[in-house]
Each structure stands twice: as C-alpha cells, then as structure tokens.
Design a protein. Structure first.
Length: 235
C-alpha cells in the first residue's frame, strides 16, 4: 500500500462519526443480497471527504487508482472527488487519462453516490465534443454501475441543451430490472424536461403504459398536478 493511501485513509478515519458509521451500511444497502453488499464505511460525511480530497488533489493517477480500490467507501469517494477536481483542468491529455482510468475501475465505483458525484464530470463532460458510443456500450453491460454511469453521464449533455442521448439511452434501458436504474433514468428525463417540457410530456405520454412506475414518477415530478394525474393513468 502506498503511503498516500495510508495517509488519506487515516485522515478520513479521524473524521469518522459513530452514528454515520452505523447508518451508512443500511442507507447504501450493504447487507447480504443488497446492491451494496459487503461495502464498508468509515462514517465520514461528504463535506468532510471533500475537504480531505482538496488537500490531496495533486496526487498522481497511480495513487488515485489504489485509493479507488480501497475496501472503504469513503476512500473510494475521496479518490473520485480528486479525479473530478483534476478533470476541471483544461488539459485534454489529463482528461483523457482520467476518462480511461475511470472506465477501467467501474467495478469499484459501486454505489449510486459514487457514480452520481463523479460520472457527469469525468465521463459526460469529456464526451461533450466526442462520440458517445461508449455510453451505449456501458448501457448494455451486465454491471449495474456501468448502466447507471451511462445515463447519469448525460447530465453534462442536458446542461448544454443536448437531449438526444438521454432519450435514446432511456429507450434502451426502459425495462431495466433494477429500481436504481428506474430512479436514475427518471431523474435524467426530469432534467431533460427542464430544457424542453413538451418533449418530455410527449415522451412520457407515449411510454406511460409500460414505463416502470418509479421511473414515471421521477420523470414527471415537475409537471403540474393535472398533468401528473393524466400521465400517471395507464392506457
């Protein structure tokens, strides 16, 4: 283990909160048979993880890779936040390295918070002016977290008014078996609706008969009560 991994782990352990350490495994479904099975938590809040990440934002990519493979959830999160900070630099070669590193480690980016706090910046923003084919590959991966990375990365596109991939990936994963994906797809559709509410309304109207209910509820959250009532009806 590299010294920086020991140092960052120790610094995070020093910020451990006993109550959070007890709550997090339940909140992130780390029990047997759950999606986060086996994950271990120090009990450190996100603001505190960010503070530690900020102190170590200049570490090397090889050191980040070791951190991202940690048994501790918050150490992996710290690594991802460092990657996000590095990705903000206008250095195309570095951004490509971060993109490649991220995709090589997705089995360790193994809970919804780890995905949601990182993929938009490291994957989505990198792909703004590039082919999005990799997202469709991730969408068809057997790994749940690859699937979530695919759809949540489109948040970067939505913020630029580019909605096509969000809808295309929603079509592709409409009948995903996992509730976490229903929530993620519904969330991204809702965000797309903020840019073009008519398009979202028409999309949901077309798919309301077979769209999972959780996905539907998330997608239409910003519509009026009357519109929501209409869209919730099965036809």
């Amino acid at each position: 283990m590299k010294q920086i991994t020991k140092t960052i782990t120790s610094e995070l352990q020093a910020l451990s909160n006993a109550e959070k350490r007890e709550i997090f495994p339940k909140f992130f479904k780390a029990g047997k048979g759950e999606y986060g099975e086996g994950d271990r938590f120090l009990g450190v809040t996100v603001p505190n993880v960010r503070a530690i990440a900020k102190q170590h934002k200049d570490i090397a990519l090889a050191e980040i890779q070791e951190l991202i493979q940690s048994e501790w959830h918050e150490v992996r999160l710290c690594a991802l936040i460092i990657m996000v900070e590095k990705s903000k630099k206008k250095d195309e070669a570095l951004r490509k390295e971060l993109f490649d590193l991220y995709l090589s480690q997705t089995k360790h980016i193994n809970n919804w918070d780890l995905v949601d706090l990182s993929c938009r910046f490291i994957i989505g923003e990198y792909l703004l002016d590039k082919s999005r084919d990799i997202l469709y590959q991730l969408a068809q991966s057997p790994l749940l977290w690859d699937n979530r990375i695919a759809i949540v990365s489109t948040y970067a596109f939505i913020r630029k008014g580019q909605l096509e991939d969000t809808y295309a990936l929603s079509d592709l994963m409409m009948h995903h078996p996992h509730d976490l994906m229903h929530k993620a797809i519904g969330w991204m559709l809702r965000e797309a609706g903020k840019r073009d509410s008519k398009r979202l309304y028409d999309y949901v109207m077309h798919h309301r008969a077979d769209m999972p209910r959780t996905m539907l509820r998330y997608a239409i959250e910003k519509f009026s009560p009357t519109e929501r009532s209409t869209l919730m009806k099965r036809v």
